[in-house]
Design a protein around this ligand. Structure first.
Ligand code: GLY
Length: 358
């Protein structure tokens, strides 16, 4: 079988398939160099919950619950521990945001999860380096974060150990591939190979900041906030902080803009005043593979093609459940937790047609 696309989705599908006995060839001219390399690595379906978004919460939670086992398996084969934080703290800087945190907590907790609302003193006790403007918080004790780049490297090692063959080639058409099964995992570019797919690039800029001796230590948790209506997050790393992320609907535009960098730093400074002491190490832009309903597309497109793309803001979070869902499809079963991701929910996606080849 072939996997087209070597981001975390394609790599994990290839790894699981090879482990299940499939002979796997993975096609990507530059494995791991796309959105998976740019990402922040948050695993935060609960903190990102909002009333009415039940399917997104259930899908994200199904993947979150798989992360400990997935990471342990990956560590056993690659030697890499990908976790960089154990918890997520979303903070509010004004009364409206504080009210939103209570709304999220009530809604998410009513669905069997655990989010805790903290007052100002509770936030300061948890993360003393945060700014005085922070007035409330939402603590998710079950939402960790991973180092996305360590994850890419570990998956690459795991694939190698499982016998996946890497072909550094760009696939121009799925019809060129002789394989009996194909997993299409090219993220924002999926519609280039299957034009009916409603997947588009959603640009994001993200910064990597390195700690200097004079700088305050990174927070111990993932810190999320909304500043001037813009979302901002700080994800700890061994050597500093990943600071993200802007969001624009501008197609494939990989430029890092002055305004994007300015906004991220200004917003982050409201949350963590000492951030100016960090070294500016990297600014990079990537593309979230957006879908119309913010859920991915995972399912069969015809007799031989399975799509696993459109993960939007949640590609790293959704990796374990997507790998399990793809493996189920490869063995002609379905993973119940992935039902909401069935691509046939979109009328533009052609229904299955026997023997169809693109
Ligand atoms: N996963 C966070 C983002 O897309 O910015």
């Amino acid at each position: 079988m072939a996997v087209v696309g070597g981001g975390v989705i394609g790599l994990s599908a290839a790894w699981k398939a090879a482990g299940a006995g499939f002979t796997v060839t993975l096609f990507d001219p530059a494995v791991g160099s796309g959105s998976s390399w740019v990402a922040g690595g948050m695993l935060a379906p609960l903190s990102e919950g909002w009333p009415g978004e039940d399917e997104a919460l259930a899908f994200g939670a199904a993947s979150l619950s798989r992360w400990p086992g997935f990471a342990a398996e990956l560590k056993a084969v690659s030697g890499t521990d990908v976790f960089v934080a154990d918890q997520t703290l979303t903070v509010a800087l004004d009364a409206a945001d504080a009210a939103d945190l209570r709304t999220i907590a009530d809604w998410v907790n009513a669905r069997g999860h655990d989010l805790r609302v903290l007052d100002r003193a509770g936030v300061r006790e948890a993360e003393p380096s945060l700014g005085r403007a922070v007035r409330a918080g939402l603590l998710a004790t079950a939402e960790p974060a991973v180092d996305n780049r360590a994850l890419v490297d570990a998956l690459r090692i795991a694939c190698g150990a499982a016998g996946v063959e890497f072909r550094a080639e760009r696939v121009e058409s799925l019809a060129d591939l002789p394989h009996d099964r194909i997993v299409l995992a090219t993220g924002s570019w999926a519609a280039e190979l299957w034009p009916d797919l409603p997947i588009r690039p959603v640009k994001g800029e993200i910064l990597r900041l390195r700690r200097r001796p004079s700088a305050p230590p990174p927070p111990t948790r993932v810190i999320r906030a909304r500043v001037h209506g813009r979302p901002v997050y700080l994800v700890p790393r061994g050597d500093g902080i990943v600071l993200g992320a802007t969001q624009y609907e501008v197609g494939f535009d990989s430029a890092v803009t002055v305004a994007g960098v300015r906004d991220l730093i200004t917003d982050a400074e409201s949350v963590l005043p000492g951030i100016g002491e960090y070294e500016f190490a990297e600014a990079i832009a990537g593309y979230r593979p957006g879908s119309p309903d913010n859920l991915p597309l995972i399912g069969r497109l015809d007799e031989r093609v399975i799509v696993a793309a459109g993960h939007g803001r949640n590609g790293i979070l959704d990796t374990p459940v997507t790998a399990d869902a793809v493996l189920a499809l490869l063995t002609d079963t379905e993973l119940p937790e992935a039902k909401a991701a069935d691509p046939r929910r979109f009328s533009t996606v052609a229904p299955l047609h026997p023997g169809g080849v693109r």
